[in-house]
Design a protein around this ligand. Structure first.
Ligand code: PMP
Length: 273
């Protein structure tokens, strides 16, 4: 396996970043996960735009997106696989042991792993912790993901594969690595970005392609939604058959199936929508 680091390809076993990298010591970094089908990245321009937006939000130096694009191409070419996940990580770089960032310059790593195609319908649980819709990191895809790690572990303990958060005012927000959609009376709704969720790329494409509405939704909408589904880069659209103790028999329901069909058609015709 070859990855990109310090401006070129390196064997993963030989690639080293400093133990003082601010990404490691304080989670001062941003990242993207990009799906790659037969060696070709999907929606790479949107991912690179979001990487730059997240970096700006953290006050990191502007990332060199041409290098990041070249790095993705080089890593994909060096490691052929039918279905992969590129991971672009961009951190504050070597810094003193404290919150302040050093002047060493940022670190860019692009790695690749194997991934699975769209998973089957799943169970989700709600968690007692909230997303902060007004935090300094809200809406940024930073490497500070430990809260998601904890919530996902809670979901796994309960036989589910994803955990859903409400925000501090009790509105439905998002999952640990996904956005959430509900179907009410045949119409698709998803929480707006100011609920505190990540502006998911799959979410944006789903809204654009299916006409889903962005609606503030109380958490208990999950008790009455006719259908529920998740979106993310590696899921595309994943239907939900159980929310906490509530079963949603027959998932995926007809509206979800139609959304999946539309998504597949559009995504199949345009690799960089
Ligand atoms: N929310 C969070 C917290 C995520 O980590 C992800 C995965 N990147 C998403 C939503 C879905 O975003 P995308 O469709 O861009 O993968």
């Amino acid at each position: 396996m070859k990855i990109w680091l310090d401006g070129g390809l390196q064997h993963i076993e030989a690639a080293r970043v400093s133990v003082l990298d601010h990404g490691l010591t304080v989670g001062d970094g941003v990242f993207e996960t990009v799906k790659a089908v037969e060696g070709r990245p999907f929606a790479l321009t949107r991912h690179l735009d979001r990487l730059a937006r997240s970096a700006r939000g953290l006050g990191l130096p502007e990332p060199d997106l041409d290098e990041a694009r070249r790095a993705c191409g080089a890593v994909l070419e060096a490691n052929p696989m039918p279905f992969g996940r590129l991971r672009i990580t961009y951190t504050g770089g070597v810094s003193p042991l404290g919150s302040e960032r050093g002047d060493h310059g940022p670190t860019l790593v692009v790695a690749l792993g194997e991934a699975h195609r769209r998973p089957d319908s799943t169970a989700v649980v709600t968690v007692p912790w909230t997303r902060n819709e007004r935090g300094a990191l809200t809406g940024l895809k930073t490497t500070s993901y430990a809260e998601n790690v904890v919530a996902l572990a809670r979901a796994r303990e309960q036989g589910a594969s994803e955990a859903l958060f409400a925000n501090t005012v009790g509105q439905l927000c998002e999952g640990t690595g996904s956005n959430v959609f509900v179907v009410l009376d045949g119409e698709i709704h998803t929480p707006p970005v100011d609920s505190g969720c990540l502006a998911g790329i799959t979410r944006a494409l789903t809204v654009e392609w299916t006409g889903a509405r962005e609606t503030e939704l109380p958490l208990d909408v999950l008790d009455r939604a006719d259908e529920v589904f998740l979106t993310s880069t590696l899921r595309d659209i994943q239907s939900v058959h159980r929310v906490d103790a509530r079963e949603l028999p027959g998932a995926p329901g007809p509206v979800t199936v139609k959304a999946m069909r539309i998504f597949d058609e559009r995504a199949g015709n345009d690799l960089d929508p």
